[in-house]
Design a protein around this ligand. Structure first.
Ligand SMILES: Nc1ncnc2c1ncn2[C@@H]1O[C@H](COP(=O)(O)OP(=O)(O)OP(=O)(O)O)[C@@H](O)[C@H]1O
Ligand SMILES: [Mg+2]
Length: 296
């Protein structure tokens, strides 16, 4: 795993100096339709004698309003890539421009403020604080930026309603089911009304049915809140429902065409990644259990 935040609060907390204006990204200025651009990214880790190069010269452009899935083998660097997009980590080389901000120019304090303002992040391990209620967890990014408690809790309550968890508002996070925890994690990610949602396996560790429900919710929130969403998933059926799917393989992102199986067997992930032809239309599919498939 890339260096996970020691505390999610720290990642949101606009620490001293965060009020300095974050550098505008001149390269993205003229083209307002772009939400995120990664240019010639290289990331290497040095833990043994040999450097581990995860990717090199990786390029990616995501337009506003897109929902993009990133798939790839375990260890291919998906979480690392998401961390770079959120300024949670720095690339070895290359640049990331996100929401008109040049991430490479941010100080640590500016990066914290940038995340709090622009990014909704769903961690691979959801990092809820188990001894706090669903409401407190959902309100946490607002409390971290000193929003008055009354408005922070009102917004968090509304987000919990949107994710269908009104009835669990005062449950401790540690008392919730996996699917419920994932929904609180979505509420927390969106309570600040970010423009970009980065979700790292938001349906990992959930059974098929719950995964489908959480993804359905994510799709609705994506549309309702006019988000740009990038989600990492191992679930190819879910990837097939995103507007674009990219596979991270041997350090490069490849556009993939997904074709869901038509079997009614819900226990297996039936979708298969086929050709890596750039720009090939995505085949839209039904979820497992459905029996329709058609081309977009
Ligand atoms: N801080 C670190 N130091 C050294 N190596 C690291 C570090 N963080 C991650 N790695 C290595 O980088 C590789 C990519 O890790 P990453 O967590 O990005 O993979 P992933 O594609 O998200 O995998 P998964 O699907 O299992 O979550 C792994 O082989 C991991 O061991
Ligand atoms: Mg990962």
């Amino acid at each position: 795993m890339p260096s996970e935040p020691s505390s999610v609060v720290e990642q949101y907390f606009p620490i001293e100096g965060a009020t300095e204006a974050a550098p505008f990204a001149p390269a993205m200025g003229p083209d307002d339709s772009v939400m995120l651009r990664a240019e010639d990214l290289r990331k290497e880790y040095r833990s043994g004698s040999q450097p581990l190069v995860l990717f090199d010269e990786l390029n990616l452009t995501v337009r506003r309003g897109e929902m993009v899935a990133i798939v790839g083998e375990s260890g291919s660097g998906k979480s690392t890539l998401l961390h770079l997009m959120a300024a949670l980590d720095r690339p070895t080389a290359g640049d990331v421009y996100c929401a008109s901000t040049w991430l490479g120019k941010l100080t640590a304090a500016q990066a914290a403020a940038f995340r709090n303002r622009e990014i909704g992040y769903v961690w691979q391990l959801h990092y809820l604080l188990p001894e706090f209620t669903a409401l407190e967890n959902a309100a946490m990014p607002l409390l971290a930026r000193d929003e008055p408690r009354s408005t922070a809790f009102a917004k968090a309550r509304e987000m919990l309603r949107e994710v269908g968890l009104e009835a669990r508002t005062h449950h401790l996070a540690g008392e919730l089911s996996g699917g419920e925890q994932q929904r609180v994690s979505l509420a927390r990610a969106l309570v600040t009304q970010p423009r970009l949602l980065l979700a790292d396996e938001p349906t990992g560790n959930l059974d098929n049915r719950t995964a489908e429900a959480v993804f359905g919710l994510l799709e609705r929130l994506h549309t309702m809140h006019r988000l740009t969403s990038i989600l990492v998933t191992h679930n190819m059926e879910i990837a097939a429902h995103c507007g674009r799917t990219l596979r991270l393989h041997e350090g490069r992102l490849h556009e993939v065409r997904l074709q869901a199986g038509r079997s009614e067997d819900t226990s297996r992930q039936m979708a298969t990644a086929s050709s890596e032809t750039p720009g090939h239309p995505i085949v839209r599919t039904s979820f497992p259990g459905g029996n329709t498939a058609g081309t977009a």
